[in-house]
Design a protein around this ligand. Structure first.
Ligand SMILES: NC(=O)c1ccc[n+]([C@@H]2O[C@H](COP(=O)([O-])OP(=O)(O)OC[C@H]3O[C@@H](n4cnc5c(N)ncnc54)[C@H](OP(=O)(O)O)[C@@H]3O)[C@@H](O)[C@H]2O)c1
Length: 328
């Protein structure tokens, strides 16, 4: 597995990381998964050369962090980069965010809230320090906290040794510039898949310019770019309201994946592996967060790191996706 230097931290992260939103279960994703399979998935990821595990308190009200904490018990702590987040809360006030089941989530990046969040995360993860601490969603009115104040809190946690690196998710270019004014920002997390290439406009060039790792989520468009979803599939949970899971769009994507068969044969790989390899071909500062939910999916997805797509094939896959854009 290729490793990527994490900004100026001296840490290296694997080009492919494991995301544990789905592993956290609950109504926001598609229900609870088997706990042992979740733990085995995390262990298998580590065995396959993945050192980065991403989680968040917001993934089913702490459950994802708790499961990651259990899996860490089977791994060597110094061989895992644990990444978790702050800024989405449910036990205190903030600006309205999603409602999950009957529980309201809020955005809150105030220093007081971050202080409470880090302690709760360390307890659930059962570790002394978080390797990468990331703001999950950015602050908005009416409960607005300027980035300067959030960074004061994060820089203080770094000095105390409770976190080693600072990241930010779901940002725009102006957020990144603000973070950089107040300290080191080593990693940015944003959505990127062959079907959603918005980061190519501003974020990817800006991250390249500043030497910030761009860590991308939903690289398989929540499982749609895998060839395992049938035309009559009815999306539920987190997939239900997503653009590409709407009936007409979904069938057009499935038809595109069927056209990938010659490429899968050429590279001797599966559809999800090809979709992930396409992302890795875009920049050597991109790290993928794979949302695999079984050891088998982990093994399949890490193969992407071993595939080097020819430029013409990368362009061809882009053209196919662009053709879909015109029809949705
Ligand atoms: N910062 C944010 O706001 C944010 C937002 C979204 C995600 N994230 C992070 O990014 C991670 C990845 O995002 P994601 O979960 O949306 O990623 P994804 O990899 O696009 O989708 C994950 C889903 O794809 C399916 N899948 C994965 N590998 C497969 C394979 N080889 N074959 C068949 N199906 C496969 C699984 O579906 P089944 O379980 O149905 O098999 C899995 O639940 C999350 O876990 C989370 O850590 C962050």
């Amino acid at each position: 597995m290729k490793m990527i230097p994490l900004g100026r931290t001296g840490l290296d992260i694997s080009q492919i990381g494991l995301g544990t939103w789905a592993i956290g279960g609950g109504p926001a994703w598609n229900g609870d998964l088997d706990l042992q399979v979740c733990i085995d998935t995390i262990i298998e990821a580590n065995r396959c050369g993945i050192n980065l595990i991403d989680t968040a308190p917001g993934y089913n009200f702490g459950n994802s962090e708790t499961i990651v904490g259990k899996a860490l018990g089977y791994l060597k702590r110094d061989q895992v980069i644990v990444e978790t987040k702050c800024g989405i809360v449910w036990e205190r006030e903030g600006s309205l965010f999603n409602k999950v089941g009957d529980r309201q989530l809020y955005k809150n990046l105030s220093p007081e809230s971050i202080r409470e969040e880090i302690e709760a995360s360390l307890r659930r993860l059962n570790i002394e320090a978080v390797d990468i601490y990331m703001t999950h969603w950015q602050s908005v009115p009416p409960y607005f906290t300027p980035i300067a104040e959030t960074m004061d809190a994060l820089n203080a946690l770094k000095k105390e040794g409770k976190i080693k690196a600072i990241g930010a998710a779901n940002v725009d270019a102006s957020h990144i510039e603000s973070y950089l004014k107040y300290g080191d920002l080593d990693i940015v997390q944003a959505k990127y898949s062959l079907l959603d290439r918005a980061v190519e406009q501003d974020l990817l060039p800006l991250c390249r310019h500043h030497g910030i790792v761009l860590q991308v989520y939903s690289p398989l468009e929540q499982g749609l770019l895998t060839g395992t979803i049938a035309r009559d599939y009815v999306p539920t949970g987190a997939r239900a309201n997503k653009l590409w899971f709407q009936p007409g769009n979904m069938t057009r994507v499935i038809a595109m994946l069927e056209q990938w068969q010659p490429l899968c044969q050429k590279y001797q790989c599966s559809v999800p592996t090809l979709a992930l390899a396409w992302i890795l071909a875009q920049s050597n500062l991109i790290s993928i967060l794979s949302g695999a939910t079984s050891p088998q999916q982990v093994r399949e997805n890490v193969e992407a790191a071993n595939i080097h797509l020819e430029e013409g094939d990368v362009a061809l896959m882009r053209e196919m996706a662009e053709a879909l854009d015109k029809s949705h």
